[in-house]
Design a protein around this ligand. Structure first.
Ligand code: SF4
Ligand code: MG
Length: 322
């Protein structure tokens, strides 16, 4: 199938003041040379602990943050080299949904205005009647009623607010939606509802998703493939089933060992990692995971493992596989 999004060697460094007198400049290497692709109509789950760079990667792809280096090819166009005007045109094809929809919904606007605003910004409707019809349709798309259009964000539950955020993102007929922890703030039962809506919309409109989460269990149902990030790097990426049944990177193995499994006859040992995630300002040499890796060998502290395909698109960065 055709690739809708292709990321090559993407980096995003943030300068910070460092040293005793805060006069030297160091860099937070939030995203440090990541490469992946998403096929049209597919969902890639991007998973990692907080601070691993996954949200920064999402924002950099959309140019909400400017990349330090690398390439973002969206539908055949190089996003990072577009000028402001061209970027505006393409923006509507790539939308983002945030973890906390409340923070991104203007409390003084009705839901009709919130969902309808992008239609005006991008000149997608000719008159009030057409706008009303389109907003009504979007409300139905996310399981809200036309009656609810007149209300304000504070009158809705967390799950409903996330639906409003989805409706707003959907208004411009995007091809790609980056969902940055869209269900992390919601109760488990509500999480499933929101994920189901996203899946239904994907089916209906052929949407492509980058679904960011901090937990492998959340992305399990929605993803076709999963990529795991650790300290600014993608360490493993493969088909959904493969990542759960045959994880090859020790970090992925530790993440999976923390998820409860329904089958008690399947013995699984919990892998507890030692230490905290190191600072992305001065990441460990060699493999960044080596100070915490239960399987590290001598080579791991000096040589960085290459991220490569070990067969059938199962990408891993670990010396143990060589
Ligand atoms: Fe562990 Fe070494 Fe593999 Fe890194 S390269 S994950 S330290 S075994
Ligand atoms: Mg985040």
């Amino acid at each position: 199938e055709k690739k809708l999004l292709e990321i090559n060697n993407l980096k995003k460094y943030f300068p910070v003041k460092a040293g005793v007198f805060k006069k030297t400049v160091a860099y937070v290497k939030a995203v440090d040379d990541i490469s992946f692709f998403i096929k049209k109509g597919e969902t890639l789950g991007l998973v990692g602990e907080s601070g691993c760079g996954k949200s920064t990667a999402g924002a950099t792809i959309l140019r909400l943050l400017e990349a330090t280096a690398g390439e973002v090819i969206f539908d055949g166009r190089d996003i990072l080299s577009l000028n402001k005007g061209k970027l505006r045109e393409i923006r509507k094809e790539m939308q983002i949904i945030f973890q906390d929809p409340y923070a991104s919904l203007n409390p003084r606007m009705t839901v009709a205005d919130i969902v309808g605003e992008p239609l005006d910004i991008h000149n997608l409707v000719k008159n009030k009647q057409e706008k009303y019809e389109r907003v009504s349709q979007l409300m139905n798309n996310v399981g809200l009623t036309v009656e609810q259009m007149k209300r304000y964000p504070h009158e809705f539950s967390g799950g409903q607010r996330q639906r409003i955020g989805i409706a707003r993102a959907l208004a411009v007929n995007p091809k790609l939606i980056i969902a940055d922890e869209p269900v992390s703030a919601l109760d488990v039962s509500v999480q499933a509802q929101v994920i189901n809506i996203l899946q239904d919309l994907q089916q209906e409109y052929g949407l492509t998703y980058l679904f960011i989460a901090h937990d492998l269990s959340v992305v399990k149902h929605i993803s076709d493939r999963v990529a795991v990030m650790y300290l600014g790097k993608i360490v493993e990426m493969t088909d959904k089933d493969e990542i759960y049944l045959n994880p090859l990177h020790p970090y992925t193995q530790s993440l999976l060992s923390a998820i409860p499994i329904p089958d008690p006859s399947f013995k699984k040992e919990r892998i507890i990692l030692e230490g905290d995630v190191p600072s992305p300002v001065d990441p460990p040499t060699g493999c960044r995971f080596h100070p915490r890796c239960p399987k590290a060998i001598d080579l791991c502290s000096s040589k960085e493992p290459e991220f490569k395909d070990y067969g059938n698109g199962h990408y891993v960065a670990c010396h143990l596989l060589d």
